[in-house]
Design a protein around this ligand. Structure first.
Ligand code: NDP
Ligand code: 2IT
Length: 451
């Protein structure tokens, strides 16, 4: 569509230094052209051009004193992308690779993901180029306090509600929240992912990984396939990977891989609950390396290889692939190898883990491909349930939150297939998700006028 290529040209021109952001924008825009054809009012209101430009970008200095008394300086970000359907909502990423383009890609994806959750949340994302590796608790606390010293000016329970992402888990949320509370004097739902003992929701730690597996089970069921007995490859070893592995195991699958940025482990015997407990302790408490798994259990350890490279080079048969580490981790070669080795379904726990070329391979081969903005939406959905509980000053049981999570993931699946049907896209989950999310946001923007 000419309109889209013109808009993309202008967006490319303005954001040359941000390849991940441009990748995310292109992927969404190219698939929403049927909706733009159908609704001329979206084009008239310049919805696409407005969505590609965040409401605001906040970049700030984060000075802090490390355990040795030395001053350190990092760069902090918060991108408030769109509050068309609710307060800005999205995680914080602490990783040395963080830059404006990465935060903008994540914030852009978050707009549509959050629209798909059925809950009233807008899109935002933030973080810092801080490297948590090798840091002590004192370092992390000092950093988080300094980060919040600035971020607090820009957030609020009805304005912008951050949460975790890579490098930000319950410990960091605790330090960030403590400082916000100290300075503001308020105990409000300004962050999600809090401990359930002081305002957090049960199931939030599990929600992204569990939600991913619930979504994957729905996709498989739509083709009459059962997850039980299937061989599953999971990448990552952090929050999303751990709980994706846990739920896949609970549903009877055999999970054989995990990785971190240093190595991949392949356990053909299958990871069980004891082995997973070891990984949780290793990664969440000791902050160790995944290679230790292979010292403890019979498994192979491939240093310097991603899960997908290890699967490709080892000719390992995998039925279901769950990338849960980071963006662009699956290349087209990896995707072709997965297809060749019998993979029928890819569910993205991470944000944008498949390159555009890998996605093309999945589509050409009619693989069930669940894009991150749908498949990993369970995390932010339970964050929104945490906001609801905070507003009501209530705590829901684990069972209740889990039930809501299952319903939400089923509803996301249903709405995507219904959009795919409506636009004659034959079960294309990627385009269905983009269209369903986009149309909801675009309608809100048109109703609210040019703001
Ligand atoms: P964690 O920090 O808990 O874990 C990240 C894991 O991925 C670690 O094992 C890490 O290895 C590995 N990893 C990170 N970067 C790389 C890299 N460049 N190469 C190889 N491995 C890497 O993060 P999460 O589990 O929270 O996040 C994982 C993904 O899921 C991200 O894409 C995130 O955006 C997405 N996501 C997270 C949600 C959440 O609720 N937390 C919700 C929705 C999506 P190492 O230990 O070596 O750093
Ligand atoms: O990418 C994501 O959806 C998250 N990191 C979770 C965001 C949130 O606000 O819970």
């Amino acid at each position: 569509m000419e309109y889209i290529s013109k808009a993309l040209g202008e967006i490319n021109e303005k954001n040359r230094e941000q390849p991940e952001f441009l990748q995310a924008v292109k992927e969404v825009l190219e698939s929403v052209s049927p909706a733009l054809e159908r609704y001329p009012e979206f084009r008239k209101a310049k919805v696409v051009e407005r969505l590609a430009e965040p409401d605001r970008v906040i970049i700030f200095r984060v000075p802090w004193v490390d355990r040795n008394g030395e001053v350190q300086v990092n760069r902090g970000f918060r991108v408030q992308f769109s509050n068309a359907i609710g307060p800005y909502k999205g995680g914080l990423r602490f990783h040395p690779s963080v830059n404006l383009g990465i935060i903008k890609f994540l914030g852009f994806e978050q707009i549509f993901k959050n629209a798909l959750t059925t809950l009233p949340i807008g899109g935002g994302k933030g973080g810092a180029d801080f490297d948590p590796k090798g840091k002590t608790d004192i370092d992390i606390m000092n950093f988080c306090h300094s980060f919040m010293r600035e971020l607090r000016r820009h957030i609020g329970e009805n304005i912008d509600v951050p949460a975790g992402d890579i490098g930000v888990g319950s410990k960091e949320i605790g330090y960030l929240y403590g400082y916000y509370k100290k300075i503001s004097g308020e105990h409000t739902g300004v962050l999600t992912g809090k401990s359930p003992e002081w305002g957090g929701s049960f199931i939030r730690p599990e929600a992204t990984g569990y939600g991913l597996v619930y979504f994957v089970a729905e996709m498989l069921a739509a083709r009459g396939i059962d997850l039980k007995g299937k061989t599953v490859a999971v990448s990552g070893a952090g929050n999303v990977a751990q709980y994706a592995a846990e739920k896949a195991m609970q549903l009877g699958a055999r999970v054989i891989t995990l990785c971190d940025s240093e190595a991949t482990i392949v356990d053909e015997g299958g990871i069980d609950s004891d082995k997973l407990e070891f990984v949780k302790e290793l990664k969440n408490i000791r902050r160790g390396r995944i290679k230790e798994y292979a010292d403890r259990f019979p498994a192979s350890c491939i240093i310097g290889r991603s899960v997908w490279e290890a699967v490709r080079e080892g000719g390992i048969k995998v039925d279901v692939a769950l990338p849960c580490a980071t963006q662009n981790e699956i290349t087209s070669e990896d995707a072709s190898a997965l297809v060749k080795n019998g993979c029928v379904c890819v569910g993205e726990g991470a944000n944008m883990p498949s390159t555009p070329e890998a996605i093309a391979v999945f589509k050409e081969n009619n693989i069930l491909y669940g894009p991150g903005k749908a498949a990993n939406a369970g995390g932010v959905a339970v964050s929104a349930l945490e906001m609801a509980q905070n507003s009501m000053r209530l705590t829901w049981s684990r069972e209740k939150v889990n039930r809501r999570l299952i319903e939400i993931m089923k509803e996301i699946h249903r709405s995507i297939l219904s959009a795919a049907r409506e636009y004659d896209l034959k079960g294309d989950y990627a385009s269905g998700a983009n269209i369903a999310g986009f149309v909801k946001v675009a309608r809100a923007m048109v109703s609210q006028g040019v703001v």
